[in-house]
Ligand binder design. Sequence first.
Ligand SMILES: Cc1cc2nc3c(=O)[nH]c(=O)nc-3n(C[C@H](O)[C@H](O)[C@H](O)COP(=O)(O)O)c2cc1C
Length: 339
Amino acid sequence: MDIDTRNDGQAMNDGQAMQELMRSAAEEATRAPSVLNTQPWRWDVGEDELDLHADRTRQLHAIDPAGRLLVLSCGAALHHARVALAAAGFSPSVRRHPDAGDPDLLARVRIGEVRAVRAEDTAVADAMRRRRTDRRPFQASGPATGDTLAALHRAAAAEDTTLHRIDGDQIAYLRAAEHGAQIIEAKDERRREELREWTEHTAARGEGVPPETVTGPVPRPVPLRDFGLGDQATLTPGTGDDRSAEYLLLATNTDDPAAWLRAGEAVSAVWLTAISRGLAVSPMSDAIEVPGARALLRSLLPGGGNPQLVLRVGTDPGSPPPASPRRPIGDVIGDGSEP
Ligand SMILES: Cc1cc2nc3c(=O)[nH]c(=O)nc-3n(C[C@H](O)[C@H](O)[C@H](O)COP(=O)(O)O)c2cc1C
């Protein structure tokens, strides 16, 4: 799926070459993380533009009734496409929500100017190609060093999103929010059914969360989502205990699809920055899904704001966890002729 890195302006005068480049960027974007690996996006590749649509048929109506996590996931894919184009030597331009009459057309990407590829563009693209959700407890300390933390803050800020480090006494509130969310979700049959639907026998369809990417319950200061897999969750937890993990809360000023899209771009930007600095990440959205738990997270934000996702970050344990599947490319990338 690597992009052809020719960036001589001449070759790009050729419309077909340009379209191929756009298609490669869309293919790279299918690597993006998404809630329960629903991959709720569709890309239309034109000659000089790439349209990103939300695919509402993949919305989790019980877990994500507003579609917030769906749009966040699409935002992560949008950022991945931008990363791919930057690493190929372009400075893409993006119009978000370009058609007021079609709210599910989330973004229109144009290839933009040719420009020199910087070392950081390549590093972030490499991180994109090896990124995986790592649910194992982390062993050594996270990104507490000032320099890395500052880079993660900058990555979020560049996407109009704030990053708040939850630490000290606030960890107890995060634990309470997660715990509370899990109790509420466990009692909700519709949510449980949706979890089952996206975790059982889904790999053959190229979607969902494979049980081998989930650890069984392990003692940790803040519990992760219980996927309800019981003994089927077979990822070996290793020797970490999460006591040095960092919890980064991403938040936006407003709470609407435009903000969710930007927050999703920030999720990708922060995550890829973390990976390129030798860290590992897993997102936590259950406390975002349950209104009471989300209110508790909101109370942790010193300047106010709307919580969008928590990222748990720690030192990369080395060997990567198993990869999650992806949908067939033909199901997610078209040329705009499909209805
Ligand atoms: C918006 C969003 C919410 C997510 N929520 C959770 C979560 O609560 N718990 C979790 O373990 N993973 C969560 N994930 C990670 C996805 O499950 C993961 O990206 C997906 O299964 C694909 O796996 P991969 O990231 O390894 O490619 C979330 C990802 C996104 C983008």
